[in-house]
Structure formats: C-alpha cells, structure tokens
Design a protein around this ligand. Structure first.
Ligand SMILES: *Cc1c(COP(=O)(O)O)cnc(C)c1O
Length: 230
C-alpha cells in the first residue's frame, strides 16, 4: 500500500504543477512517518522516498539508526530546547523555529557539533490559538535577530494550515505565507534565503503546490491514518 500511495501522491503533485506550469522538481515530498513503524518507512524507502518528516525527537533518534544513511530527516514538530542536542547533527532541516531562545539553543548545540543547520521559521498564518508559530508581523524581527548566527541558515517559512474539509479554504493561508516570503526575500537580509516554503499536508497539498509550496508534508496520504492510542 505504501508504495502505491507514494506514487499516487507524487502523481498528484506532478499534476498540480502541470496545471500552473511549475516544474515538479521544485517540490519536495516529505513522507511524514510519525507514529509509524520502521517497516513502513522501509517500504517507502524501497519505493524511492528519501525525505522523511518526524515531529518527536525520540522517534528521529530511534529511527535514524534503523534506516539507511542517505535518508534526510526533517524535524517538523514543536521542538523543546532541552532536546535540540539529540538531533542537531541528525536532521537535514528544522521546520519549526518560532522563538529566539530556540534559535539560540540550536546555534549553541550546532556549534558544539560543528554543523550548520538549515531552518525554517514557523508562522501561524491562520492565528489559531492551539498552534505554535509566530504571528506574521513577528517574523521579520526574529529573522533579523537570527540572521547572523553562524551555525544556522534560514531557508524559508513553514505553516500548518487549519484542518478543513475543503482544501480550498486554505488557499488564502498559503497565499499569505507565499506573499510574506516574497516580502522577506526582497529585504535581502544577509545569510537569509526564502527558497523554501513548507506548506500543505494530506488534505490540502495540491492547493499548497498551486500556491508555491516547495515542500509538502504528507503523512496520512502515504502511510494511512495514525493511531495515537498505541
Ligand atoms: C503530522 C504532520 C503532518 C502530516 O499530516 P497528514 O495530515 O497526516 O498528512 C504535516 N505537518 C506536520 C507539522 C505534522 O505534524
């Protein structure tokens, strides 16, 4: 099932790109494997997946050793400062930076391990109470503070859109994130690029791709529903 689902999601991404004359190569599919057993990740790997998303430090640490070394791990969940040290040299990108204190910890731990960590700034575009992430107006001030950290590279923005039945309802959210990234790119802040836009999940990734996503994070659509009771 995993291989078929993966192929279907990739096909949907390609078709969404074709509709708006985008090169599908611009869009990276992140297979969100949180809560799923390593056997399922290996099925996805065998079907070609190399980029995996997890939202818990412990799960990245556990799965890291059990999967081939060419896997790229993306930390997409809320990150506690005291856990940064466990993953800072294991992840290809941290999508969920939303405070100066967290960035300072990443900088410190990355320096210790002599790595440079690509990060995204998480923006709560929809301003949902329950979500992490900065308000849009807080993004530039934080980026300006982090931009000269030598072990962090700001690569773009990430958002988690609300859960909706009709993906069209999130189109405006994706547009707003894209607009914010264009505005920030125009400021030409040293060491900062806005090359990555991480937006879109199982319910709405096709709309996100049409609105400029360069990374979509798809879990359920590839691995099936999650059972948090396990
Ligand atoms: C779980 C998760 C996803 C994937 O959600 P699906 O709806 O299963 O595709 C994407 N992004 C983040 C931040 C997540 O925590």
């Amino acid at each position: 099932m995993v291989a078929e689902n993966l192929a279907q999601v990739q096909k949907n991404i390609n078709e969404s790109c074709n509709k708006i004359n985008r090169d599908p190569k611009e869009v990276t599919l992140i297979a969100v494997s949180k809560t799923k057993p390593v056997e399922m990740l290996k099925e996805a790997y065998d079907a070609g997946a190399r980029v995996f998303g997890e939202n818990k430090v412990q799960e990245i640490v556990d799965k890291y050793d059990q999967m081939p070394s060419d896997v790229k791990w993306h930390m997409i969940g809320h990150l506690q400062r005291n856990k940064v040290k466990y993953i800072v040299d294991k992840v290809a990108m941290i999508h969920s930076v939303d405070s100066l204190r967290l960035a300072e910890t990443i900088e410190k731990e990355a320096a210790k391990k002599a790595v440079i960590v690509p990060i995204l700034i998480e923006v709560n575009v929809a301003q949902e109470e329950s979500k992490f992430g900065l308000k849009p107006e807080e993004v530039v001030p934080l980026i300006e503070q982090i931009s000269d950290f030598s072990h962090i590279q700001i690569k773009g923005l990430m958002t988690i859109a609300p859960y909706v039945d009709n993906a069209e309802e999130n189109r405006e959210i994706f547009r707003e994130l894209k607009k914010l990234s264009v505005d920030i790119a125009a400021k030409n802040i040293n060491n900062v690029t806005m090359s990555v836009l991480s937006m879109g999940m199982t319910g709405d990734y096709m709309v996100a791709v049409q609105e400029g996503a360069t990374m979509v994070r798809v879990g359920t659509g590839i691995f099936g529903a999650r059972n948090y009771a396990l």
